[in-house]
Design a protein around this ligand. Structure first.
Ligand code: NAP
Length: 245
């Protein structure tokens, strides 16, 4: 494979879709992972191909260790490695702590945090062999500042930040960079469910006074994955309209 290979978990919708389309235009071979909505993943792939790019789709639930191992092994066998891993897949199950069930907590941690662990775990040997690679973890401003009703989500996203810094220190000697992006409120299906009242409240807290677009995050991924960012590792970059300044 002449092109660099990027795997984007949860690349079928929202922020992951924008990352897939942007990197598709930047001459990567884009592998779109999804869990359930194959039709959406196929549409993203068709759009990449229509724009002159190349890619493939791969179904796997990243919270499942064995499924993820199979996905990573298959991809590495087929393409000779993964140059850029974007741990993007994530969910919310918001609830005040008093009402949050064990399942609400565990499922969010399993997908948002352990899912990233599973992917990194099974790409490491191949990146070590090549002595190069780039890992970009999608965290959230909620992992930086917390939010009422999101104890599970905040814990998972703060966990991603800790994991990013530990990995960056462990992998730097092998020429593998690891960074995180902390998006603010981005206009996707995840935020569609918020009421107008909550959205107005959020807008008041954003100095640039607008929700972000998925492309705002995709552009940062494109930069961090490129050689222009070759001296950047272990960082958490907020793309949030100034919300956490
Ligand atoms: P979204 O529109 O809900 O899309 C979520 C994506 O994750 C889908 O492609 C979905 O695939 C995939 N996914 C979910 N569970 C999965 C699993 N177990 N295995 C594999 N794929 C799975 O979400 P989004 O708003 O784009 O968010 C993307 C990331 O950005 C998340 O990590 C989120 O926490 C983070 N983030 C979002 C915002 C925001 O305001 N939107 C802000 C900060 C951070 P299927 O459709 O096939 O299930």
């Amino acid at each position: 494979m002449d092109k660099k290979v990027v795997l984007i978990t949860g690349g079928s919708r929202g922020i992951g879709k924008a990352i897939a389309l942007t990197l598709g235009k930047s001459d990567y071979h884009v592998i779109i992972n999804y869990r359930s909505r194959e039709d959406e993943a196929v549409k993203v792939l068709e759009e990449i191909i229509a724009g002159g790019g190349s890619g493939s789709i791969y179904q796997s639930d990243i919270s499942n260790y064995n499924e993820t191992e199979k996905m990573m092994t298959d991809i590495i066998k087929e393409y000779g490695g993964i140059d850029v891993l974007v741990n993007n897949a994530g969910i919310t199950k918001d609830q005040l702590m008093l009402r949050m069930s064990e399942e609400d907590f565990s499922s969010v941690i399993d997908i948002n945090l352990k899912g990233a662990f599973n992917c990194v775990k099974h790409v490491t040997r191949s990146m070590f062999k090549k002595r190069s690679g780039c890992i970009i973890n999608i965290s959230s401003v909620i992992g930086l500042v917390g939010n009422a009703g999101q104890v599970n989500y905040a814990a998972s996203k703060a966990g991603i930040i800790g994991m990013t810094k530990a990995l960056a220190k462990e992998y730097a000697a092998r020429n593998i960079r690891v960074n995180a992006i902390a998006p603010g409120f981005i206009d996707t299906e995840m935020t569609d469910v918020l009421s107008e009242e909550i959205k107005e409240d959020i807008l008041d807290k954003i100095p640039l006074h607008t929700l972000g677009r998925p492309e705002d995050i995709a552009n940062m991924v494109n930069f961090l994955a490129s050689d222009q960012a070759k001296y950047i590792t272990g960082q958490v970059i907020a793309v949030d309209g100034g919300m956490t300044m």
